[in-house]
Design a protein around this ligand. Structure first.
Ligand code: FRU
Length: 478
């Protein structure tokens, strides 16, 4: 099955120009969640939920790419296929750890027994390129958990090692419609014991907590997870699948997580199932699937579906997670175009400010009037608009005219956390996406746009007068 997938990829090679430059995309077909994001033996490895044969979700394989700098990725052979009786329905999401010099993948094997689907945790051991599933899989079966803990919705293990012991958190369902995150531990990553529930839904946070992550940032324990089927709560959470985080108390037991402290990880339209890893230099970096389960947003003729966000560095400040693009991006920023105290009145374009693979910061120093707009990926037919409303302290994203050809959500309103000044807007565009970092990453918004590449203008609009500083770079590997 693995060889069949690799052969299919060789036969159906997609030209790099049809894809983003520095965002991870599937070699062919479909990609969802990031899996097994880790530094191992000199390379950063990223695996992902992968179905090579169609642009739709199918029996899950693990795709695999590597990089030296988190931006230039190289495809490796597919790491796992659903080829065992304990994972024949799919090799679902999971994570990786280095153990005794080996590369260990911990994932969810989905199978069927007596007509019922079950999910268990399994391992595969490898050298960084090829992996062998463990003969005694599964290593964590649902029945080691207390009763009423669901055996079907039991997936997405995230593993880490601390003080010589392995731990993992797994998403689970408790009774009907109640998501929870359960903790396990092990001396050797093969024999696991159930520890406890780390977080259980209070009924307001969706009905299953997918892709949990447990991490430490700047001395604080943090839980990240992706609740399914949430209801919108003002500007903080939107309908459907969200990704949230909760910061615990420094130096306290890891179970001290309070739902009241939950926050949104990204305020855009396309962001789900993030996973973090600790780099050897101490940075905590997160990458997410830049897509929504409910939206199909592709250019005409696009041969692949699904991509990852930029890897983002995390830090904690004022009780919140702040995100910034990995600093490795700096070395690929070329050809600056800079405007200082540029007056904007009415609708304007500026010489040299355009493009679809760019890093652009727009910092208003003064905004009069009721709105200030930045239109990107723009031409006569297409546009994606970011509007700042000073009186409401809001930013509105609108991709209605970006070329979307289905009835999917196109508008999102963001309440800006910092209300004392106009927001600094840092846009990173890579052909079919825009990632916005607001006020140095206090908030972010990720958006996929299916706009043809010839729409590459950028337009600024102010209904009265605005003054802005603009700094734009091309991003190129040349
Ligand atoms: C999240 C998810 C995971 C699961 C995987 C299947 O997007 O539903 O819970 O493991 O996708 O592809």
């Amino acid at each position: 099955m693995l060889e069949k997938a690799n052969e299919y990829i060789r036969q159906n090679y997609i030209d790099e120009k049809e894809k983003p430059l520095f965002h991870v995309t599937p070699e062919t077909g479909w990609m969802n969640d990031p899996n097994g994001f880790i530094y191992f033996k000199g390379l950063y490895h990223l695996f992902y939920q992968y179905y090579p044969y169609a642009r739709e979700w199918g029996p899950m394989h693990w795709g695999h790419q590597v990089t030296e700098d988190l931006l230039k990725w190289e495809a490796y052979p597919v790491a796992m296929a659903p080829d065992q009786d304990y994972d024949h329905i799919g090799c679902f999401s999971g994570s990786a750890v280095e153990a005794d010099g080996k590369h260990v993948l911990l994932y969810t094997g989905v199978s069927q027994k007596d007509g019922k689907e079950i999910q268990n945790q399994c391992i595969a051991i490898g050298d960084g390129k090829t992996y062998e599933k463990w003969q005694d899989n599964p290593v964590i079966k649902g029945d080691i958990m207390p009763e009423k803990f669901d055996r079907k919705d039991f997936r997405d293990p995230k593993i880490w090692k601390k003080n010589g012991r392995y731990y993992c958190v797994v998403g689970n369902r408790y009774e009907e419609n109640c998501g929870q995150i359960v903790l396990f531990s092990s001396a050797d990553y093969k024999n696991w014991r159930y520890e406890k529930v780390l977080l259980r839904n209070d009924g307001k946070n969706g009905d299953m907590l997918e892709c949990p992550d447990y991490l430490e940032v700047d001395g604080y324990p943090v839980i990240i997870c992706s609740p399914q089927n949430m209801h919108a709560q003002k500007y903080e959470f939107h309908n459907g699948h969200n990704s949230i985080y909760i910061i615990g108390d420094a130096e306290k037991e890891i179970s001290d997580f309070a739902w009241e402290k939950k926050r949104n990880l990204d305020y855009g339209l396309d962001f789900y199932a993030p996973q973090t890893t600790l780099l050897p230099d101490g940075r905590r970096v997160m990458i997410a699937w830049m897509k929504s389960w409910d939206a199909r947003v592709m250019t005409k003729g696009q041969k692949w579906q699904g991509m990852m966000t930029l890897p983002r560095e995390l830090k904690i400040k004022d009780g919140k997670i702040w995100q910034s693009p990995v600093r490795e991006l700096e070395k690929y920023k070329k050809n600056p175009t800079i405007y200082t105290e540029q007056k904007i009145s009415g609708q304007m374009s500026l010489d040299g400010i355009n493009g679809r693979v760019i890093d652009m910061t727009v910092e208003p120093t003064n905004v009069e009037g009721r709105e200030f707009k930045v239109d990107v990926a723009h031409n006569e037919e297409y546009t994606t608009t970011f509007t700042y409303y000073p009186e409401k302290h809001q930013i509105e994203i609108d991709r209605t005219y970006s070329g979307v050809n289905a009835d999917v959500v196109c508008v999102r309103k963001i309440e800006i956390a910092e209300k004392h000044h106009a927001p600094k807007l840092h846009f990173i565009m890579d052909r079919y996406s825009v990632e916005l970092f607001i006020n140095d990453g206090e908030q972010t918004a990720s958006v996929v746009i299916p706009t043809p590449l010839e729409a590459n203008e950028i337009i600024f609009t102010s209904d009265e007068a605005a003054t802005v500083n603009i700094e734009k770079y091309e991003i190129t590997f040349n």
